[in-house]
Ligand binder design. Sequence first.
Ligand SMILES: C[S@@+](CC[C@H](N)C(=O)[O-])C[C@H]1O[C@@H](n2cnc3c(N)ncnc32)[C@H](O)[C@@H]1O
Length: 213
Amino acid sequence: MKIGPAVRRLLPAGAERKASRLYRSVFVDLGKVAAVLSRALPKDAFVLDIGGGDGDLLNLVLEARPDVRIAMVDIAVSVGKFLEPRYSERVELHPGVAIEDHVLTFAGRYDAAVISDVMHHIPAQYRSGFLLNVVKALRPGGPILIKDVEPGHPIAALGLFCDRYVSGDKNVALISEEQLREMSGVSLPRHTASEIGLLEMDRPNYLVQLQFE
Ligand SMILES: C[S@@+](CC[C@H](N)C(=O)[O-])C[C@H]1O[C@@H](n2cnc3c(N)ncnc32)[C@H](O)[C@@H]1O
Protein backbone atom coordinates (compact mmCIF):
# COMPACT_ATOMS: atom_id res chain seq x y z
CA MET A 1 0.00 0.00 0.00
CA LYS A 2 1.20 3.55 -0.82
CA ILE A 3 1.35 5.47 2.49
CA GLY A 4 0.89 9.02 1.12
CA PRO A 5 -2.22 8.35 -1.00
CA ALA A 6 -3.75 6.25 1.81
CA VAL A 7 -3.34 9.10 4.36
CA ARG A 8 -4.71 11.64 1.85
CA ARG A 9 -7.86 9.55 1.32
CA LEU A 10 -8.60 9.78 5.06
CA LEU A 11 -8.55 13.60 5.10
CA PRO A 12 -11.54 15.85 4.30
CA ALA A 13 -11.02 17.88 1.06
CA GLY A 14 -9.97 21.22 2.67
CA ALA A 15 -7.60 19.53 5.11
CA GLU A 16 -6.04 17.48 2.30
CA ARG A 17 -5.02 20.61 0.41
CA LYS A 18 -3.56 22.21 3.56
CA ALA A 19 -1.70 19.03 4.48
CA SER A 20 -0.39 18.69 0.94
CA ARG A 21 0.90 22.31 0.93
CA LEU A 22 2.57 21.79 4.30
CA TYR A 23 4.22 18.55 3.17
CA ARG A 24 5.37 20.11 -0.11
CA SER A 25 6.80 23.18 1.68
CA VAL A 26 9.55 20.97 3.14
CA PHE A 27 10.90 20.50 -0.38
CA VAL A 28 9.91 23.53 -2.41
CA ASP A 29 8.55 27.05 -2.07
CA LEU A 30 5.67 26.97 -4.57
CA GLY A 31 5.36 30.77 -4.32
CA LYS A 32 8.90 31.12 -5.66
CA VAL A 33 8.31 28.57 -8.43
CA ALA A 34 5.14 30.41 -9.46
CA ALA A 35 6.97 33.76 -9.42
CA VAL A 36 9.74 32.55 -11.74
CA LEU A 37 7.26 30.73 -13.99
CA SER A 38 4.98 33.76 -14.17
CA ARG A 39 7.87 35.98 -15.30
CA ALA A 40 8.75 33.53 -18.09
CA LEU A 41 5.33 32.82 -19.62
CA PRO A 42 4.58 34.74 -22.84
CA LYS A 43 1.79 37.35 -22.77
CA ASP A 44 -1.75 35.96 -23.25
CA ALA A 45 -0.29 32.45 -23.44
CA PHE A 46 -2.32 29.27 -23.72
CA VAL A 47 -0.11 27.04 -21.57
CA LEU A 48 0.18 23.26 -21.62
CA ASP A 49 0.88 21.92 -18.11
CA ILE A 50 1.95 18.29 -18.32
CA GLY A 51 1.71 16.35 -15.08
CA GLY A 52 -0.07 19.23 -13.34
CA GLY A 53 -1.37 16.91 -10.60
CA ASP A 54 -3.63 18.63 -8.06
CA GLY A 55 -3.07 22.05 -9.61
CA ASP A 56 -2.07 23.85 -6.43
CA LEU A 57 0.95 25.44 -8.14
CA LEU A 58 -1.32 26.63 -10.94
CA ASN A 59 -3.54 28.57 -8.52
CA LEU A 60 -0.54 30.80 -7.84
CA VAL A 61 0.34 31.18 -11.54
CA LEU A 62 -3.27 31.94 -12.51
CA GLU A 63 -3.42 34.62 -9.81
CA ALA A 64 -0.14 36.24 -10.88
CA ARG A 65 -0.97 36.04 -14.60
CA PRO A 66 -4.64 36.88 -15.27
CA ASP A 67 -3.90 36.87 -19.02
CA VAL A 68 -2.98 33.16 -19.29
CA ARG A 69 -5.13 30.06 -19.83
CA ILE A 70 -3.91 26.56 -19.01
CA ALA A 71 -4.61 23.02 -20.24
CA MET A 72 -3.67 20.31 -17.73
CA VAL A 73 -2.69 16.97 -19.27
CA ASP A 74 -1.86 14.18 -16.83
CA ILE A 75 -1.70 10.40 -16.96
CA ALA A 76 -3.43 10.38 -13.53
CA VAL A 77 -7.20 9.93 -13.56
CA SER A 78 -7.68 12.78 -11.09
CA VAL A 79 -6.30 16.16 -12.12
CA GLY A 80 -6.79 19.72 -10.85
CA LYS A 81 -8.42 18.65 -7.57
CA PHE A 82 -7.06 21.69 -5.66
CA LEU A 83 -7.79 24.28 -8.36
CA GLU A 84 -9.80 27.20 -7.02
CA PRO A 85 -13.30 27.35 -8.60
CA ARG A 86 -12.75 31.01 -9.61
CA TYR A 87 -10.13 29.82 -12.14
CA SER A 88 -12.19 27.01 -13.69
CA GLU A 89 -13.06 28.96 -16.85
CA ARG A 90 -9.36 29.48 -17.56
CA VAL A 91 -8.37 25.84 -17.11
CA GLU A 92 -9.02 22.86 -19.36
CA LEU A 93 -8.63 19.39 -17.78
CA HIS A 94 -7.36 16.31 -19.64
CA PRO A 95 -7.11 13.54 -17.01
CA GLY A 96 -5.80 10.09 -17.85
CA VAL A 97 -4.10 11.27 -21.04
CA ALA A 98 -0.50 10.73 -22.14
CA ILE A 99 1.25 13.53 -24.05
CA GLU A 100 1.85 11.28 -27.07
CA ASP A 101 -1.92 10.84 -27.41
CA HIS A 102 -2.72 14.48 -26.68
CA VAL A 103 -0.51 15.74 -29.53
CA LEU A 104 -2.32 13.53 -32.05
CA THR A 105 -5.19 16.03 -31.75
CA PHE A 106 -3.53 19.16 -30.38
CA ALA A 107 -0.18 19.56 -32.18
CA GLY A 108 0.95 23.19 -32.44
CA ARG A 109 -1.82 24.41 -30.10
CA TYR A 110 0.12 25.91 -27.18
CA ASP A 111 2.24 29.02 -26.63
CA ALA A 112 4.31 27.48 -23.80
CA ALA A 113 4.62 24.27 -21.79
CA VAL A 114 5.23 23.72 -18.07
CA ILE A 115 6.65 20.46 -16.69
CA SER A 116 6.95 20.75 -12.92
CA ASP A 117 8.32 17.91 -10.80
CA VAL A 118 7.46 15.40 -13.51
CA MET A 119 10.80 14.60 -15.23
CA HIS A 120 12.11 12.67 -12.22
CA HIS A 121 9.02 10.41 -12.36
CA ILE A 122 9.68 9.48 -16.00
CA PRO A 123 12.10 6.57 -16.59
CA ALA A 124 15.38 7.90 -18.07
CA GLN A 125 14.97 6.07 -21.41
CA TYR A 126 11.61 7.78 -22.09
CA ARG A 127 12.54 11.35 -21.18
CA SER A 128 13.76 12.59 -24.55
CA GLY A 129 10.75 11.02 -26.35
CA PHE A 130 8.46 12.66 -23.81
CA LEU A 131 10.03 16.09 -24.45
CA LEU A 132 9.85 15.60 -28.23
CA ASN A 133 6.09 15.14 -27.92
CA VAL A 134 5.86 18.29 -25.82
CA VAL A 135 7.68 20.20 -28.58
CA LYS A 136 5.07 18.93 -31.08
CA ALA A 137 2.31 20.42 -28.93
CA LEU A 138 3.88 23.91 -29.14
CA ARG A 139 3.54 26.58 -31.78
CA PRO A 140 6.95 27.46 -33.32
CA GLY A 141 9.12 29.32 -30.80
CA GLY A 142 7.03 28.41 -27.75
CA PRO A 143 9.22 27.77 -24.67
CA ILE A 144 9.26 24.71 -22.40
CA LEU A 145 9.71 25.47 -18.69
CA ILE A 146 11.00 22.54 -16.68
CA LYS A 147 11.04 22.65 -12.88
CA ASP A 148 12.92 19.84 -11.19
CA VAL A 149 15.31 19.06 -8.35
CA GLU A 150 19.11 19.15 -8.44
CA PRO A 151 20.58 15.96 -6.91
CA GLY A 152 23.31 16.05 -4.25
CA HIS A 153 21.50 18.22 -1.69
CA PRO A 154 19.99 16.94 1.61
CA ILE A 155 16.52 18.21 0.60
CA ALA A 156 16.85 16.40 -2.74
CA ALA A 157 17.79 13.15 -0.96
CA LEU A 158 14.84 13.52 1.44
CA GLY A 159 12.48 14.24 -1.48
CA LEU A 160 13.69 11.16 -3.32
CA PHE A 161 13.17 9.01 -0.22
CA CYS A 162 9.63 10.42 0.27
CA ASP A 163 8.76 9.96 -3.44
CA ARG A 164 9.81 6.31 -3.13
CA TYR A 165 8.41 5.39 0.27
CA VAL A 166 5.59 7.91 0.96
CA SER A 167 4.22 8.67 -2.54
CA GLY A 168 5.11 5.12 -3.61
CA ASP A 169 6.94 5.75 -6.92
CA LYS A 170 9.81 3.27 -6.66
CA ASN A 171 11.26 4.23 -10.06
CA VAL A 172 11.88 7.90 -9.30
CA ALA A 173 15.35 9.19 -10.34
CA LEU A 174 16.52 12.80 -10.30
CA ILE A 175 17.93 14.52 -13.36
CA SER A 176 20.36 17.37 -12.81
CA GLU A 177 20.06 20.70 -14.57
CA GLU A 178 23.23 19.86 -16.53
CA GLN A 179 21.97 16.38 -17.55
CA LEU A 180 18.69 17.93 -18.65
CA ARG A 181 20.46 20.51 -20.82
CA GLU A 182 22.74 17.81 -22.30
CA MET A 183 19.77 15.57 -23.11
CA SER A 184 17.72 18.36 -24.69
CA GLY A 185 20.80 19.48 -26.66
CA VAL A 186 21.15 16.12 -28.41
CA SER A 187 17.49 15.14 -28.80
CA LEU A 188 15.41 18.29 -29.39
CA PRO A 189 15.26 20.80 -32.26
CA ARG A 190 17.60 23.82 -32.08
CA HIS A 191 17.14 25.79 -28.88
CA THR A 192 18.93 27.53 -26.04
CA ALA A 193 18.63 26.12 -22.51
CA SER A 194 19.12 28.17 -19.36
CA GLU A 195 18.29 28.03 -15.67
CA ILE A 196 16.16 31.13 -15.09
CA GLY A 197 16.69 31.95 -11.42
CA LEU A 198 14.86 29.44 -9.21
CA LEU A 199 18.06 27.65 -8.17
CA GLU A 200 19.41 30.80 -6.54
CA MET A 201 16.07 31.50 -4.81
CA ASP A 202 15.13 27.98 -3.67
CA ARG A 203 17.98 25.45 -4.04
CA PRO A 204 17.90 22.52 -4.88
CA ASN A 205 14.89 23.39 -7.03
CA TYR A 206 15.74 24.61 -10.52
CA LEU A 207 13.78 25.89 -13.49
CA VAL A 208 15.22 25.41 -16.95
CA GLN A 209 13.80 27.25 -19.94
CA LEU A 210 14.17 25.67 -23.38
CA GLN A 211 13.74 28.42 -25.93
CA PHE A 212 13.25 27.14 -29.49
CA GLU A 213 14.26 29.00 -32.64
C1 LIG B 1 4.83 15.43 -8.15
S1 LIG B 1 3.43 15.62 -9.18
C2 LIG B 1 3.69 17.26 -9.76
C3 LIG B 1 2.42 18.08 -9.78
C4 LIG B 1 2.57 19.51 -10.28
N1 LIG B 1 3.17 19.55 -11.60
C5 LIG B 1 3.35 20.37 -9.33
O1 LIG B 1 4.51 20.66 -9.54
O2 LIG B 1 2.76 20.77 -8.31
C6 LIG B 1 3.84 14.62 -10.58
C7 LIG B 1 2.70 14.48 -11.57
O3 LIG B 1 3.25 14.01 -12.81
C8 LIG B 1 2.31 13.12 -13.38
N2 LIG B 1 3.06 12.30 -14.37
C9 LIG B 1 4.02 11.38 -14.15
N3 LIG B 1 4.46 10.87 -15.32
C10 LIG B 1 3.75 11.48 -16.30
C11 LIG B 1 3.73 11.38 -17.72
N4 LIG B 1 4.51 10.53 -18.40
N5 LIG B 1 2.87 12.16 -18.41
C12 LIG B 1 2.04 13.03 -17.75
N6 LIG B 1 2.01 13.17 -16.41
C13 LIG B 1 2.85 12.40 -15.69
C14 LIG B 1 1.74 12.36 -12.20
O4 LIG B 1 0.51 11.75 -12.50
C15 LIG B 1 1.61 13.50 -11.18
O5 LIG B 1 0.35 14.14 -11.26
